[in-house]
Ligand binder design. Structure first.
Ligand code: ZN
Length: 161
């Protein structure tokens, strides 16, 4: 059976940053990811690459930032004083904090801490990155009427989680 609209596909995959090879996400030794094909449940570029594949087929695609999480926007990087952040917060590079912005709460990643100056970035952590998806199709089956109605995949045999 081939992956097409109306099929539920199960894939094992690993996402790395193209170039550096930094591991970003993987299904690893866990359960494969199940999704309903043709409903935009996964990145469109990945969905397009999987179209027509069947169990055991492997795939490798590189998705540039504009088709993944967008370009990195320098306007979303700003500096605040440490005293403006909760004293309880663990402020060091890589930590994500909730920051109050004009349009409500936003997730900000701490980029740099220099004395009292904390540089924060509200871009998506994967913004500006080319992503390399590599994986294998674990299984393909027909979607159940319930899955079609819900617009998403349920369990391996169609059972609702
Ligand atoms: Zn459902």
């Amino acid at each position: 059976m081939r992956i097409a609209s109306g099929k539920v596909a199960f894939i094992h995959y690993t996402v790395t940053e193209d170039g550096s090879g930094q591991l970003l996400e993987t299904t690893g030794e866990g359960d494969p990811l199940g999704y309903l094909h043709g409903r935009g449940q996964i990145l469109p570029a990945l969905e397009a690459a999987l179209e027509g594949k069947s169990t055991g087929d492997s795939f490798v695609i590189i998705v540039p930032p504009e088709f993944a999480y967008g370009a990195h926007d320098g306007a979303k990087v700003f500096v605040v004083e440490r005293s403006q952040i909760s004293a309880l917060a663990d402020v060091r590079p890589g930590v994500q904090l909730q920051a109050e912005a004009r349009n409500g709460l936003q997730t900000a990643t701490v980029v740099k801490v220099e004395g009292d100056q904390v540089t924060m970035d509200t871009n998506h952590p994967l913004a500006g990155k080319s992503l390399r998806f590599e994986g294998v199709v674990h299984g393909v089956r027909d979607a159940t009427p319930e899955e079609i109605q819900h617009g998403h995949a349920h369990g391996p045999a169609g059972e609702h989680y």
